[in-house]
Design a protein around this ligand. Sequence first.
Ligand code: MN
Length: 232
Amino acid sequence: MSLVLAAPPAITVPVRGGGEFPVRRVYCVGRNYVEHAIEMGHTGREPPFFFLKPADNVLPVREGETGTMRYPTLTQSLHHELELVVAIGEGGSDIPVEQAMRHVWGYAVGLDMTRRDLQNDMKKQGRPWEIGKAFEESAPIGELVRAADASVNADTAIALTVNGQPRQASRIGKLIWGIPEVIAHASAAWTLAPGDLIYTGTPEGVAAVVPGDLLEARIDGLPSLSLRIAPR
Ligand code: MN
């Protein structure tokens, strides 16, 4: 095969202890914590729904380092959404809930960065959300941990500080749709494959950040994610 252009670079996420996880697709779950659904003006009682980000929106940040996200264009309201990310190691479609966990390769801390003003404009007009959700560096992610080496459960704490001040704090058990249900629902709509990432939704407390802010995202047992917002 002779490529007529240079192939785009592979998108990978570092794994704690070594190796790189190749990214295929990035799925995101909307409104998957009750208190966040309420703060967004909804009841919190609806089936899970999904949107996607391109794989090249992923911004990997190694443990112990501080990543840099440049403040994106077009927005005056860049919001953080702290999320547990599930990495898929074995694909499938119509995966039953009872079998879903065997498709999980590992976990990471992620941020679903959102141009909230643009997302809200699109919602009002009934247009697609991509401009609010799918843009450069909009999916920061920390190092992945293999499922066998992680102990993610209902009691696992998830928390975000900005410049040292608490912004988001919850527990994984507060997910409306847990990891097996999310995988089952996603695989009913799309064929999951190795390399897929699923951002599982954010708890309440989403808010704007500005250039200079330092975000510290952590989930118990996973490598934390440190991110500085840089000027445009
Ligand atoms: Mn989100």
